[in-house]
Design a protein. Structure first.
Length: 320
């Protein structure tokens, strides 16, 4: 009998930890702190709002702790263009501070739109982008966190048709290269070659959605300024992230879902919470974008978030 006990004890431990790992794999953003970084699209943050809402709605009893500190104009490469009003900020100037203060277990990053400088593909810029991503990967993994990469979203040239430039002409965010979407596709394709990383192909997914609506009307878009997705575009971003990480979660079409969310109390509070938390932590980490912004306090943000957390929990309890 004693011999059987000795056999079953390690078996029980093995089954316990095996089940625990399966839960963690099936809930890759739950029960851990998640840091989300990126450029102005991430600073806008609507895709983070949608992501958090659907994850809370589908797993009301699980912990969800996401801090988004996207920064407008930011790159991972450190490149900037002559015509830009100030040197573009680079994530590597604030990455270690962010990791030290936020202490994430998962880092989700979305870079590329600014890194190609809205110009023709250039080998030096492309190399700088690769180095920036490799450095990001090295630093995040050395810190002990898991890195998830989002490919850059599409560039809609039809929305910028009056200010496009051709090969050899001056190119910048004010006068973007007419085939810039192809450049971004190359950046996205390279990210997809990276091993041992979760890479979510937002570029392909949103590009396909864009192509479909343009079949009906060529000037239809969810990227009205050619660069920044609108609410519908952010919805597609979140839907793709969830599709890859939580394939069992079912989300309806964008028209139905967005109409329902307009008056959804949980979504409204989640959105308010994300905005307060993003601003507070972005300033607490600190950044330089034309001028340096740095806060020495995060307590006020934590207090405001705690109040909203209680409201969210009360809503979710009623939905159990």
């Amino acid at each position: 009998m004693k011999k059987y006990r000795l056999f079953f004890i390690p078996l029980i431990f093995l089954l316990f930890f095996s089940c625990d790992r399966k839960v963690e794999e099936s809930l890759p953003l739950h029960n851990k702190r998640v840091l989300i970084i990126g450029n102005s699209i991430t600073q806008n943050g609507k895709y983070v709002d949608f992501l958090e809402y659907y994850l809370r709605k589908n797993y009301p009893e699980e912990s969800l702790d996401m801090i988004s500190i996207g920064l407008s104009s930011e790159t991972v490469s450190g490149d900037s263009e002559v015509g830009h009003p100030f040197p573009r900020p680079c994530i590597h100037a604030r990455l270690k501070e962010a990791l030290d203060k936020i202490k994430p277990e998962v880092v989700m990053a979305c870079y590329g739109m600014n890194d190609a400088i809205f110009s023709e593909k250039d080998s030096t810029r492309f190399s700088n982008y690769k180095k920036g991503i490799y450095n990001l990967k090295t630093i995040v993994e050395k810190y002990g966190a898991r890195l998830m990469l989002l490919t850059p979203t599409p560039f809609d040239k039809y929305a910028a048709k009056d200010r496009l430039s051709k090969e050899g002409e001056a190119q910048s965010y004010k006068q973007p290269y007419y085939n810039y979407n192809r450049v971004l596709q190359d950046y996205a394709n390279w990210l997809l070659t990276l091993k041992d990383n979760t890479v979510i192909n937002l570029h392909e997914y949103l590009n396909n959605e864009l192509t479909e609506i343009k079949k009906i009307k060529e000037d239809s878009t969810f990227i009205p300024d050619a660069v920044h997705p609108n609410t519908k575009g952010h919805f597609f971003m979140a839907k793709k992230i969830i599709k890859d990480l939580y394939p069992h979660i079912k989300i309806g079409d964008e028209i139905t879902e967005l109409n329902q969310l307009e008056k959804n109390v949980l979504f409204t509070i989640v959105q308010k919470r994300r905005k307060i938390r993003s601003k507070g932590w972005r300033e607490f980490v600190g950044y330089t974008r034309e001028k340096t912004v740095k806060s020495n306090h995060i307590d006020s943000t934590k207090q405001k978030v705690a109040v909203l957390d209680k409201r969210i929990q009360n809503i979710l309890k009623k939905s159990f």
